[in-house]
Design a protein around this ligand. Structure first.
Ligand code: ASP
Length: 434
C-alpha cells in the first residue's frame, strides 16, 4: 500500500508548519511520496513565495531594482533552514540562483524555484530523497502531459529511491526547459504521481477541514463534507466552490484512487474523502455552490415548437460568437439560453440582432441572473425535494427565474436575481444542510 501525500503552501509556511508535516509523514509508513508547494503565507498579511517570485520576475524584466524582493525570498528559506538546523547548503543554491537573475531569466524557471527549494529543505528534514519534478513530469511541446514518459520516469525513480520528496507545480519539455502547470498546480502534480504509481490513496493536506458544504464567505461555519464523488466535486467546483485545482481529479479518477483532503493543523480530523462511489446514504444534499453574473437570452416566437431546426439555428449563432452555453430552459413557444456574462460582454448586441434576424423571433436579454447549484448523489429519485426548495425560497420571497435539472439528477440549478443570491443560499443551507 502506497500513499502520495501533498502539502500546500500554508502547510509549509514556517518551521512550525514543517514540523507538523514531518509528524504527519512519519505517522504512516505508507506516505512514501511527498509533494510540496512553495512556502505559503504565514498570516493573512504575508505574501506567498510564488507571488514574490512572479513579482521578482517582473522587476527583472522591466529593469526595476529587485534586491529587496530577492532578500524577502531568500531570507524566508534561510530562516527555515536555520530554525530546523538542516545541513542542506541552501545558501549556495540561493547564491547560484542569484547569479542567474537577469532580464532574460525564463519566468517559468524562476517561479518554479519556489517549489524546488521548498522540496530540497523538506527532503533534508524528512530524510527522503529529493527528486526534481523536471526529471519526472514530462510535457509534449503542445503543453500536454506525456503520460507514457512520465509514468516510466516516476516508476523508475520510485524503484530506485523508495521514499522521495518531489516539488509540485512544474515539469519539463523534452528539451529539459522548465514548464509550470497553472496556478495551484501542485495538486495536479500529486495526482499525476498517484496515477503513475497506481497508489491506494492520494492525500492532499491544506489548512481547511475539508471541502465545505457551502461558501464560507456567505454561510458562517459551513460543515465539511465527509464523502463526495468525483462527479459531485466537479459540479461543485464548476459552480464556484474553490477547493482543489480543477484538474486534480482527472488523473486519479480513471484508476479510482481516492483523494483525502486533510487539515495539517488538525490531522486527526477525517477531512473529506473524494472517490468514485460513496455508499453512505446519510445526506440527501452534499453541498451548495453558486455564481453570479449570468445572463439569459429569452427567445420567443408563435408556433416555434413546430419549426424543425429552430433551436439549432439559435445555437449556431452562439457558436459563431464562441459563447459556451450553460443552460437552455424551454417552454412551448419560448426558450432561453443562459450564458456567463463574461462570454457575451463584447458581443451581446450583435448576438441579439443576429438572433432576431435569423429566427424572426422576439429576443430580450435578462442580465440579472445568479445561478445556484444544489448537488447531491442521493437526490436522484427522491420525492419532495423540489417542493421543499421552492417552499423555502417562497418563504424568503425569492423569485425563481429559471430551473434546470440534468438527467442524472445529481444537481438542481436555480436561477435567481443577483440581489436574492445570498438569501437564497442561506435559506437553502439552513433547510437542507444545517
Ligand atoms: N505555488 C504555486 C501557486 O501558488 C502552486 C501551488 O501551490 O500549487 O500557485
Amino acid at each position: 500500500m502506497l500513499v502520495v501525500t501533498k502539502f500546500g503552501g500554508s502547510s509549509l509556511s514556517c518551521a512550525t508548519q514543517f514540523a507538523k508535516v514531518k509528524k504527519i509523514v512519519e505517522a504512516d509508513a505508507k506516505r512514501k511520496i511527498v509533494v510540496v508547494s512553495a512556502l505559503g503565507k504565514r498570516d493573512t498579511s504575508d505574501t506567498k513565495i510564488t507571488d514574490l517570485l512572479y513579482i521578482l520576475h517582473a522587476h527583472l524584466k522591466y529593469g526595476v531594482p529587485y534586491e529587496d524582493i530577492w532578500e524577502m525570498i531568500s531570507s524566508r528559506f534561510l530562516k527555515i533552514k536555520s530554525e530546523l538546523n538542516l545541513s542542506y547548503d541552501i545558501k549556495s543554491d540561493l547564491n547560484s540562483l542569484e547569479k542567474e537573475l537577469n532580464k532574460s531569466i525564463p519566468e517559468d524557471y524562476l517561479v518554479s524555484r519556489g517549489e524546488y527549494l521548498t522540496a530540497k529543505l523538506m527532503s533534508d528534514y524528512l530524510g527522503y530523497t529529493f527528486v526534481d519534478a523536471k526529471d519526472l513530469i514530462s510535457f509534449h511541446y503542445d503543453g500536454k502531459i506525456d503520460y507514457a514518459l512520465t509514468e516510466k520516469k516516476v516508476r523508475l525513480a520510485f524503484s530506485e529511491y523508495g521514499i522521495m520528496v518531489v516539488p509540485g507545480f512544474y515539469g519539463a519539455y523534452p528539451n529539459g526547459s522548465v514548464k509550470l502547470l497553472s496556478r495551484g498546480g501542485s495538486d495536479v502534480t500529486g495526482s499525476i504521481l498517484a496515477k503513475c504509481l497506481n497508489v491506494s490513496l492520494y492525500e492532499n493536506w491544506t489548512d481547511v477541514p475539508g471541502i465545505l458544504a457551502a461558501d464560507p464567505r456567505i454561510i458562517e461555519n459551513p460543515k465539511a463534507i465527509k464523502e463526495i464523488t468525483y462527479e459531485e466535486l466537479r459540479e461543485l467546483s464548476y459552480m464556484g466552490a474553490n477547493v482543489l485545482h480543477e484538474e486534480t481529479v482527472f488523473p486519479v479518477q480513471s484508476l479510482n484512487i481516492p483523494i483525502n483532503l486533510k487539515n495539517t493543523n488538525d490531522p486527526e480530523h477525517p477531512g473529506t474523502l473524494i472517490k468514485n462511489v460513496c455508499d453512505d446514504k446519510v445526506d440527501l444534499v452534499t453541498g451548495l455552490a453558486g455564481k453570479k453574473s449570468f445572463v439569459s437570452f429569452n427567445i420567443s416566437k408563435n408556433h416555434m415548437s413546430n419549426e424543425v431546426g429552430f433551436l439549432r439555428k439559435a445555437l449556431t449563432i452562439f457558436e459563431k460568437y464562441q459563447v459556451s452555453v450553460e443552460h437552455i430552459p424551454s417552454g412551448i413557444d419560448t426558450f432561453s439560453v443562459v450564458v456567463p456574462y463574461s462570454e457575451i460582454e463584447k458581443s451581446q448586441y450583435e448576438i441579439i440582432t443576429e438572433l432576431k434576424n435569423t429566427l424572426e423571433a422576439e429576443v430580450s436579454l435578462d442580465d440579472d441572473i445568479a445561478l445556484l447549484a444544489i448537488v447531491g448523489r442521493n437526490m436522484a429519485g427522491k420525492k419532495g425535494l423540489c417542493g421543499l426548495i421552492f417552499q423555502t425560497l417562497g418563504e424568503e420571497k425569492v423569485n425563481v427565474k429559471l430551473l434546470a435539472q440534468g438527467p442524472s439528477e445529481l444537481n438542481i440549478i436555480i436561477g435567481v436575481s443577483q440581489k436574492d443570491y445570498e438569501i437564497a443560499l442561506k435559506s437553502l443551507y439552513q433547510k437542507l444542510l444545517a
